[in-house]
Design a protein around this ligand. Structure first.
Ligand code: NAD
Ligand code: TYD
Length: 336
């Protein structure tokens, strides 16, 4: 199996999950190690004979072709991407390059080398925004309406993946998941930023009025869903993966984190809103439940407790990250 972007948040959780569950399998992790890639996440499998790391760019067509050919790759699980909306607003160009062009390079190489399965990891953000207070949810038939450079680049990649199936018969599956949280998340995203800021005695920045809703998914539940899609998913199909939260606004998520961590509301700082900020995401994941028997294992509060405990017990991991270039990003994003 070739995993792209395996040094990132979800990719590394997936590799750890997979090698634990299927110790006989062989995984090649192809990652460019951008600011978001961190081999520390994979320390525990570094010496595992079933795991091999290759430092390269998915846009490098020669390298990608050779890797797939030489390692006789059967399955590709494609996580590699630029992933942060705020960074895509600062500079969209790496998003177009990696997310659109990089996906194209992988598709071409997969086709040429007759890969048996190309599984593409995508996001609910391709569907745009839902109104606050409505009961509407995204499902597999929702029309695409991306509104940020990030979501537009992911939408472009989804369209390419589907086109390679329809036009060239490439055996693909796609999953669009909601916002993940859990261990090894780069501390620029809401949960990891809030938890680590509080441990550093810093306030938690809340964009705008804080009444934005995300459908929170624990990363381990997500990994199990991908596993099921690889095992039982129907070629050409798309599956939506979401969590168990029912419209919890950001401000409420932050209050829960603050409470569990023994702080008070003085630690909340309202900051300038994100331009084009999507109001609400909500996922109808009945298809994957009914067809493949998946559902989240952890309640939101259980997963939140586990996540907070992980960041408390792994302070070196995020303290190493929150230095250097991270500080420049933080200043640019939050101190206008
Ligand atoms: P991440 O930003 O934590 O990690 C991305 C990884 O991709 C990094 O290791 C990075 O080095 C690597 N990468 C970036 N550009 C590359 C390139 N050109 N070549 C090779 N490697 C490259 O991302 P994540 O949060 O783990 O997200 C993984 C996937 O899941 C992405 O496709 C993302 O769009 C999707 N997704 C994430 C979320 C979420 O909440 N995190 C939600 C929905 C969908
Ligand atoms: P984020 O984790 O960046 O994921 P996405 O933008 O892909 O949904 O943000 C989740 C929500 O939290 C989103 O509504 C923006 C908001 N947010 C804040 O209020 N403060 C922050 O510091 C960050 C990073 C996000």
């Amino acid at each position: 199996m070739l995993v792209t972007g395996g040094a990132g948040f979800i990719g590394s959780n997936f590799i750890l999950y997979w090698l634990k569950k299927y110790p006989q399998d062989k995984i090649i992790n192809l990652d460019k190690l951008t600011y978001a890639g961190n081999l520390e996440n994979l320390k525990s499998v570094e010496k595992n004979p079933g795991y091999f790391f290759i430092h390269d760019d998915i846009c490098n067509s020669h390298a990608v072709d050779l890797i797939i050919k030489n390692y006789q790759i059967e399955t590709i699980v494609h996580f590699a991407a630029e992933t942060h909306v705020d960074r895509s607003i600062m500079d969209p160009s790496p998003f177009i390059k990696t997310n659109v062009e990089g996906t194209y390079v992988l598709l071409e190489a997969a086709l040429k080398n007759k890969v048996k399965r190309f599984h593409h990891i995508s996001t609910d953000e391709v569907f745009g925004a839902l109104p606050l207070g409505s009961k509407t949810k995204f499902d597999e038939t929702t029309a695409y309406d991306p509104r940020s450079p990030y979501s537009a680049s992911k939408a472009g990649s989804d369209h390419l993946v589907r086109a390679y199936h329809t036009t060239f018969n490439l055996p693909i599956t796609i999953s669009n998941c909601s916002n993940n949280f859990g261990p090894y998340q780069f501390p620029e995203k809401l949960f990891s930023l809030a938890i680590t800021n509080l441990m550093e005695g810093k306030k938690v920045p809340v964009y705008g009025d804080g009444l934005y809703v995300r459908d929170w998914l624990y990363v381990e539940d997500h990994c199990r869903a991908i596993d099921l899609i690889l095992e039982k998913g129907v070629i050409g199909e798309t599956y939506l993966i979401g969590g168990l939260t029912e419209d919890i606004p950001n401000i409420e998520v932050i209050r829960r984190i603050i409470k569990i961590m023994g702080h008070n509301e003085e630690m909340i700082a309202y900051v300038k809103d994100r331009p084009g900020h999507d109001r609400r995401y909500a996922m109808d994941w009945r298809k994957i439940k009914e067809h493949l028997g998946w559902q989240p294992e952890y309640s939101f509060d259980q997963a939140l407790e586990k996540t907070i405990a992980w960041y408390k017990n792994n302070q070196n991991w995020w303290k190493d990250i929150k230095t250097g270039a991270y500080q420049e990003y933080y200043k640019k994003q939050y101190q206008h």
